[in-house]
Design a protein around this ligand. Structure first.
Ligand code: ATP
Length: 355
């Protein structure tokens, strides 16, 4: 990243005695699609509102484009926010909704204003919708109007607070793709708040995972998934099964799997001695050939997802279950609970965490 557009350093924020942001530091780049991800109440909306200027904070610094933002009111910041509820005016037309923020721009002629509105509508896929009544739009279309209304002001940073949470699954997935495309097209910084890890993984350049007012890990999606910094992050992002392990030197003794080689980059901070080994569902596979060489175990449960089946398998000699994802397809057998099986895995698929 070149000089960051947004620099947040050591920010502490309290609501009364409640410590909502605990020493938060993060740099966000120009043109970056950045997500704040975490469970309900972790402080992600508070951080977003702090950047927007809707919240003050007790200590720390916040600069935008190198300019100190402390004391700068929200409407004087080069940011704009899209809310979960869209906040569309139902009695206005689509065009008037989008042009709402431009009404005080005395430097613009009516024509220039209309052209900016038309451009913004085009950008969000609502070309020609300007004269429509806003109340007659679908949820997805309202979301687009809210986006156009924010983009027409040409902010440097667009702040998005759970913008897709009111949409049904199919529409949400479609809008995820469109939002990403839109961000690439306009090239400005998007900061998205979401509690949906899939949403964050598919859209973001980088993600800050937050727990209890702190950033637990800040990384690109692939790193978060493959090298989670802690067991808590590993459990929040996707699925991981855990087995007790004992590391000594470059070997680990993993329950059910035996003694395996381990390298330093497989170990999260604090993973030494007695610890836990984690494995993703796609890090192991069922060996459908009865004579296979894998680790023996028993299918305890199975969940069918259409394109894949998830098996919960008890490895012989442990009381722990591992979850294994297998692609479905012609000729691929389906095992029932109770079936004996063998599990293929490789030592590199394991990641170790402090116990
Ligand atoms: P959600 O996804 O549920 O919105 P969040 O991660 O965005 O969660 P925040 O809205 O940032 O969480 O809230 C963080 C914590 O601060 C929560 O415990 C919340 O109850 C508390 N909080 C938020 N706003 C206020 C406020 N105005 N006064 C007091 N406490 C607040």
């Amino acid at each position: 990243m070149t000089a960051p557009l947004i620099r947040i350093q050591n920010v502490q924020k309290y609501y009364g005695s409640y410590h909502a942001l605990r020493d938060v530091s993060v740099d966000i780049g120009a043109g970056e699609f950045f997500s704040l991800l975490g469970p309900s109440g972790c402080g992600k909306t508070t951080l977003l509102r702090t950047i927007a200027g809707f919240e003050e904070f007790e200590s720390g610094t916040l600069t935008l484009g190198g300019v100190d933002m402390v004391g700068v009111p929200a409407n004087k910041r080069p940011t704009n926010m899209v809310f979960q509820s869209y906040a569309i005016f139902p009695h206005l037309s689509v065009g008037d909704n989008v042009g709402f923020g431009l009404r005080r721009r005395t430097d613009l002629t009516g024509e220039a204003r209309a052209s900016l509105v038309a451009d913004a509508l085009h950008m969000v896929g609502l070309k020609g919708y300007g004269a429509r009544a806003a109340h007659a739009l679908s949820g997805g279309q309202r979301q687009r109007v809210a986006l156009a209304r924010a983009l027409v002001l040409k902010p440097k940073v667009l702040l998005l607070d759970e913008p897709l949470s009111a949409l049904d699954k199919k529409m949400r997935e479609q809008m995820q793709t469109e939002l990403r495309r839109l961000q690439r097209h306009v090239g400005i910084t998007f900061i998205l708040v979401t509690h949906d890890q899939e949403e964050a993984l598919t859209m973001s350049d980088r993600i800050a995972v937050m727990f209890e007012g702190r950033i637990a890990q800040l990384a690109p999606p692939q790193t978060l998934y493959a090298q989670p910094a802690s067991r808590a992050v590993a459990e929040f992002i996707g699925t991981m099964s855990f087995l007790p392990a004992e590391i000594s030197g470059d070997r680990a003794d993993v329950a059910g799997l035996g003694t395996v080689p381990v390298t330093a980059d497989q170990c999260a901070e604090g993973a030494t001695g007695t610890c836990v080994a984690g494995v993703r569902p796609e890090g192991m596979a069922l060996d459908f050939d009865e004579t296979g060489q894998g680790t023996p175990g028993e299918v305890v449960e199975r969940e069918y997802f259409g394109d894949m089946t998830s098996y919960h398998v008890r490895l012989d000699g442990t009381d722990r279950l591992v979850e294994i994802a297998m692609k479905n397809g012609p000729g691929i057998p389906v095992l029932d609970p109770g079936a004996r099986t063998r599990v293929q895995w490789s030592p590199e698929a394991l990641r170790y965490f402090a116990a």
